[in-house]
Design a protein around this ligand. Structure first.
Ligand code: NAD
Length: 497
């Protein structure tokens, strides 16, 4: 992971070999304050050298009417420290609130989300004794762009945005992480059999960049069967890189099947900072009862300590924590009569880890984080843009007054010399001409117009079509240009076209 702070160095009259590193801390909502207190107690007892700046984020801030869930002054702290240890927060339901987690990751450019999911057999009960998978989730794009619209009475839309630089950054990060951490295999999950252009790009970039890493075994799975395989046989995977949404869902699955979603930490890194957290949420039902497992946030803090160069503290904390699991001191979520010895609350668990600082596990593999861990720096070189030509337009209509044939016969009349009507689809399925009578149609229609010989058209040509649509009394709700790039079509055909 790349460090954005100066490396810690020894000072003559300090008892620690590390100097204090400024970090920003947020206690969050729900179980957040309890697990953050426990985490800070452990890492400070282990000797972490931190200068903590606290900020308030989440529910209280949302309810003060700040829809982003974070005050402007808090961004100042984050920009200053560039290191954020964050407890989970509750995102209020309803369209007036933006997810602070997504905002933070995107605003600070934390494009890579690293989520190690490890099982601790035989000390934590799991169906998968041999599991050690690192999920690398793309953090800025995909359906999380948050661009959503209600277009008609019946139809809502969310845009899935995938960019070439976005894919290149995350895929290269994943290969570099594999190299640095001695991982042997990197798997890519996409749904490119259906989303041929967006997920297709992610897969293509995986193949292109993967060719530069001959020492790493590479494979690609369609996400649905890949997810099934991961839930059933996780030992078949070493690292998995995925677009944002699949990574979000499947890292929860992966953490849960190690024994508890409360066991996994997560690092969000980018060129200008890093944020460390648990992968789970604020579990409001468990809040205020001293019940929650602080392990996920603690392992996030271990990643943070490595990030700021305090690797010896990270090693000490991680090993004491492994020893605590081995000794059967477990919070409720992983407590099992067969494998556990003592059921403890959040605070008592923290005290048990503190009591073991300096000890190592006996059966589980102890960690030893190196001081000179190579920083990952991903450079994306923007390539020369391909030649773009617009050769058609999709005009989307809101229409409820009859059958597909009724509308098709009208919309054909909107054709012009340069843009001829080609096909009409409803929810992506061709319905005119020659649609199937069985196809269910909503009030949302896409009408495709193309240049008859595939030649370039102008914006004026599109406006002429729209003038005709307006004269026909039809309600257009948006247009989407149909382009070629270096002569290759940049759009898909309608299903059945
Ligand atoms: P959740 O992850 O908060 O909790 C689901 C269940 O998992 C809990 O009821 C509990 O049984 C268990 N669990 C989670 N963490 C645990 C822990 N540390 N110890 C023991 N058991 C634990 O998911 P949710 O209930 O869907 O979401 C609650 C809120 O959290 C929502 O407002 C959501 O938006 C938010 N959330 C925040 C983050 C974040 O801040 N990074 C991430 C996910 C969800």
């Amino acid at each position: 992971m790349q460090s954005t702070t100066s490396p810690a160095v020894a000072t003559a009259n300090s008892t620690s070999k590390y100097t204090k590193t400024p970090i920003t801390v947020a206690y969050g909502d729900g179980i957040g304050p309890e697990i953050m207190r426990a985490t800070l107690d452990i890492i400070l007892a282990a000797g972490a050298q931190l200068e903590i700046e606290e900020i308030e984020i989440g529910e209280k801030v949302y309810l003060r009417g700040i829809s982003a869930g974070i005050e402007d002054s808090s961004w100042d702290s984050l920009r200053r420290t560039k290191v954020f240890l964050k407890a989970p927060i509750t995102t209020p339901q309803g369209s007036g609130y933006k997810s602070l987690n997504v905002t933070t990751r995107k605003t600070l450019g934390l494009y890579s989300n690293i989520r190690p999911c490890v099982s601790y057999h035989p000390f934590v009960e799991t169906k998968h004794p041999v599991m050690d998978v690192v999920i690398i989730r793309e953090n800025e794009e995909d359906l999380y762009a948050g661009i959503e619209h209600r277009q008609t009475d019946e139809v809502f839309q969310c845009l899935k945005i995938i960019s070439r630089p976005g894919c290149e950054k995350i895929v290269r990060y994943a290969f570099e992480y594999a190299k640095n951490n001695n991982r042997k295999k990197l798997t890519c999950f996409t749904k490119d059999n259906i989303m041929k252009m967006t997920d297709g790009l992610f897969h293509q970039v995986f193949d292109e960049i993967g060719a530069e890493y001959p020492e790493i075994e590479k494979e690609h799975w369609i996400v649905d069967i890949g997810a099934a395989k991961m839930a059933d046989t996780p030992q078949a995977f070493d690292m998995i890189v995925m677009p944002n949404l699949y990574g979000d869902i499947l890292s929860d699955v992966a953490a849960q099947i190690t024994g508890s979603v409360g066991l996994a930490g997560s690092a969000n890194v980018g060129d200008h900072g890093a944020m460390f957290e648990a992968i789970h949420g604020s579990a409001p039902r468990r809040a205020g009862q001293n019940l929650a497992n602080p392990s996920g946030l603690l392992l996030g803090a271990v990643m943070m300590l490595n990030h700021i160069g305090q690797n010896e503290i990270a090693t000490k904390v991680h090993n004491a924590w492994l020893r605590t699991l081995e000794d059967g001191v477990h919070t409720y979520d992983i407590f099992k009569e067969k494998t556990s010895k003592q059921k403890v609350g959040t605070q008592e668990f923290a005290q048990a880890v503190i009591a073991r600082l300096g000890q190592s596990p006996t059966l589980l593999k102890a960690v030893d984080y190196p001081a000179d861990a190579k920083k990952i720096e991903v450079k994306v070189t923007r390539r020369t843009p391909q030649v773009k030509e617009t050769i058609g337009v999709d005009v989307f209509l809101n229409w409820v007054n009859g059958s597909a044939n009724d509308l098709g016969k009208q919309i054909e009349k909107a054709s012009t010399k340069n843009l001829k009507f080609v096909v009409m689809s409803n929810r992506g399925v061709k319905v005119y001409p020659n649609g199937a009578p069985e196809t269910f149609c909503t009030d949302h229609w896409r009408c495709r117009f193309e240049h008859p010989e595939g030649k370039a058209i102008s914006h004026d040509d599109i406006i002429e079509v729209l003038q005709n649509v307006r004269k026909l009394g039809l309600d257009f709700i948006k247009t989407e240009n149909l382009c070629t790039f270096d002569g290759k079509k940049g759009y898909t055909l309608a299903q059945g076209q």
